[in-house]
Every structure is written in C-alpha cells, then in structure tokens.
Design a protein around this ligand. Structure first.
Ligand code: ADP
Length: 393
C-alpha cells in the first residue's frame, strides 16, 4: 500500500469510526428521548387517572343524583346518588333515561334541555310504593363550537322538605281552626248577652258558663301550643334528676281524682316503689297527667285506670297507663300521636281536649331518649307504655 493509500485508509477508518460514534450517540439520545417521552406519557396518564378518580369521588360524594347523557340521549355516566335514587346499576349505562327512570316527564325535560340553551328546573313526582318528589335541573352539554354533545341532569330529593311544608301548612290551618271554634262560641254567647239575654238571670248564667268554658279551652290550647313549640325548638331545658315513679304516679292520680269521680272511674297505683328513673320530674308529671286524663276521658264510665311499671334488665324502666275502655281502632293507632289527630273529634272537644296531649307525651319522652307505644284493640282497653333508658342524659 502506498503512503497515500494508507492515509486514505486511515481517513476512511476514522470517518467510519466517527460515523459509528455519531450514530451510537444519536441512538442513545433517541432512546433517552423516547424514554423521557414514555415517562412523560406515564406521568400524564397517572395525573389523568388521579384527576378522574378525584372527580369520580367528588361526584359520588354528592347528595344530589347526577346523570350525564351523550349526544344520542343515552346514559354516559351516573353517580352513586343517582344509582341509589333510581336503583339502577352500571348496567343501565348506555340505556335511555326512560328505561332507567321510567318517567316520561324527566325524559322530556332532558330532551328539552339538550335542545335549548338554558338550564331547566322542574319538580317531578315519582309514583311508586313510596312516592318521591325530586327537583330536577337539566342543562345541555356543548363542544367549543357550540354543538350539543349531551346533557347533564341533577336530581335533588325534596320529599321530606315538601312533607314538612305540608305538615306546617296543616298545622297552621289546624291551629286557626282550633282557635276559631271556641272564639266564635265566646263571641256568640257575648252577643246573646248584649242583645238582651243578660236581663234573664238563667240565660246570663248559662252564657257566662259557656264563655268561661271556652276561654279555659283557649287557655289550655295556647299553653299546649307554646309548650310544643318550646319542646320542638329545644328551648325546654330538662332538669334531670332521679324520679321515684310511685310517688309521681300518686300525685298525678290525685290531680285526676275529681275527673275520675265525675265518671265513676277507679284509679289504681300499681307502681312498685323501686322504680326510679332519671328524668325531669315536672315533665314526667305532665306525661302521667296527660295519659291518666285521657284514660279517664276516653275510658269507660265506671271503669278502672291503672298506673304500673317495672325496672328492666337493661337498667332502664318501663311504665304504663292502662284503661278498660272501648279502645282505639287499629287504623287510628298509627296516627294517634299526630298533632290534632283525634279518633272522635266531637268527643274530644266536648271533653275539653286540645288534640295535643299525646303529641306532648311523645315529645317529652323522646327528649328523655325514651320511647312511647300504644297497645289497644276495640273493646279491649288501651295501654300506653313508656320505656326510659338506664341513664337518660
Ligand atoms: P285530646 O285532647 O283529643 O285528648 P290527645 O292527643 O291527648 O288529644 O289524644 C288524641 C286522641 O287519641 C283523642 O282525641 C282520642 O281520640 C284518642 N285517645 C287518647 N287516649 C285514649 C284512650 N286511653 N282510649 C281511647 N282513645 C284515646
């Protein structure tokens, strides 16, 4: 090989070496870049996964039910609250809203929202064994170009709220009615006296008695209403202390002695001396008085009213007021503790009842963390049984 050839050969080897070196560096850089890209992709995927999980957790944590519809009106996703509300499973994903909820009103609302530009709100009633009222808000989903890609529906259950509103309205209507009845009787008695009735002593006495009777009834009603309002708002502070129920029953029975005599009812105290509960003596007296009064009023003439009780193995105590009267019809038993509910309205009014006695009993017992129940059958008498826990508060 000539010197020139050798130099050329060396140059070629050097060039090849350089090329190989450059190639391997390039490859290394490329694989590093690919690795970095893969890592970046993995990081993005993890971040996306975390974001999706967070969003899902957030949606599943909502009290409101949420359903997302795709552009064809099919369910794309639903949160846990929606699944519970409509008892539908993940199987419903891909189905129509009508299949899942079986309510035409909601399906029509979703279609209207998807076609429109503003959110729509509506209250719907879902019929079933237990009808429910739902507030539904629906809004269209759009892509950046404004094309509809689906709709979102949010369901808020307002059944309990509506029930409470209805109860409040009923209560106000009932109170007005209860106030108006004695007031109109007082007014017409006063008018009779003004119109000349007062010239006749017998008429005067009779109408003054009417005024007195109904003014007393108004007073009782207002006392009961105020007490219930205070119990409801938790403004009655119970003064808990040990209460021996035998002497408490004795006192309540003595207070009722006059009423019992007027119906020839025998009162019996069978409360064992060892029954001592933790409670508010004044409120427990009220419970006993209300139950004994009712037992006399709605029990039998010539009947028997018994107050009894016992200590429970749990450490709590149970006491009851029992009569041998006509009892309460089964259909009325579930409603007996409702405000103003009476089995026989005329009878209750004639006896001076406010219709609130048992509601007060229930409220006071609950404030003692206790329970009240009633056992009765037509012709077999009535027994109200109260259970108080071992250490009520
Ligand atoms: P009221 O003022 O009418 O007595 P309550 O709330 O005390 O109101 O009682 C509600 C209704 O429950 C009464 O009107 C009566 O119809 C029924 N009731 C209560 N206690 C008895 C009982 N011992 N026997 C039969 N019916 C009863």
């Amino acid at each position: 090989m000539t010197a020139g050839g050798a130099i050329l050969f060396l140059l070629l080897v050097a060039a090849l070496g350089l090329a190989w070196w450059l190639h391997s560096r390039l490859e290394a850089a490329q694989s590093r870049h690919e690795r970095e890209l893969a890592e970046e992709r993995a990081r993005h995927a993890t971040a996306l996964h975390e974001q999706t999980s967070r969003m899902e957790a957030m949606l599943d944590g909502m009290i409101e039910g949420l359903v997302v519809l795709d552009g064809r009106g099919r369910i794309a996703r639903a949160n846990r609250a929606a699944e519970a509300m409509f008892s539908f499973s993940r199987m419903m994903i891909g189905g129509t809203l009508l299949q899942a909820i079986r309510n035409h009103e909601v399906a029509a609302l979703a279609a209207r929202a998807a076609a429109g530009t503003t959110a729509i709100e509506h209250e719907v009633r879902l019929e079933g064994t237990k009808p429910r009222i739902l507030q539904v808000s629906a809004v269209a989903l759009r892509d950046p170009n404004g094309a509809t890609t689906g709709a979102v529906l949010v369901f808020h259950e307002v059944t309990r709220l509506r029930e409470l509103e209805a109860m409040r309205q009923d209560f106000v209507a009932n109170v007005s009615h209860e106030l108006r009845t004695p007031l109109s009787l007082i007014k017409s008695a006063a008018e009779t006296l003004i119109d000349g009735g007062r010239n006749d002593p017998a008429i005067t006495t009779r109408f003054l008695e009417i005024i007195d009777k109904h003014a007393t009834r108004l007073n009782l009603l207002i006392d009961d209403l105020l007490l219930l309002a205070r119990l409801d708002s938790g403004r009655v502070e119970l003064k808990f202390q040990p209460v021996a129920l035998r002497p408490a029953a004795q006192e309540a029975l003595q207070d009722a002695a006059l009423a019992a005599r007027s119906r020839n009812v025998t009162l019996e105290n069978q409360m064992p001396a060892e029954v001592v509960v933790r409670g508010d003596p004044e409120r427990l007296h009220q419970v006993l008085t209300n139950l004994i009064d009712n037992a006399i009023k709605y029990g039998r003439i010539d009947g028997r009213v018994v107050v009894a009780g016992r200590l429970l193995p749990s450490g709590g105590a149970e006491f009851s007021v029992r009569d041998d009267g006509p009892g309460i019809p089964p259909e009325a038993l579930a409603r007996i503790f409702e405000r103003f509910y009476r089995v026989d309205k005329a009878r209750s009014r004639e006896q001076g009842g406010t219709g609130l006695g048992l509601a007060i009993v229930k409220n006071v017992v609950q404030a003692h963390d206790g329970e009240v129940r009633v056992e009765s059958a037509p012709g077999a008498g009535t027994e109200f049984i109260i259970t108080l826990p071992a250490a009520a508060k």
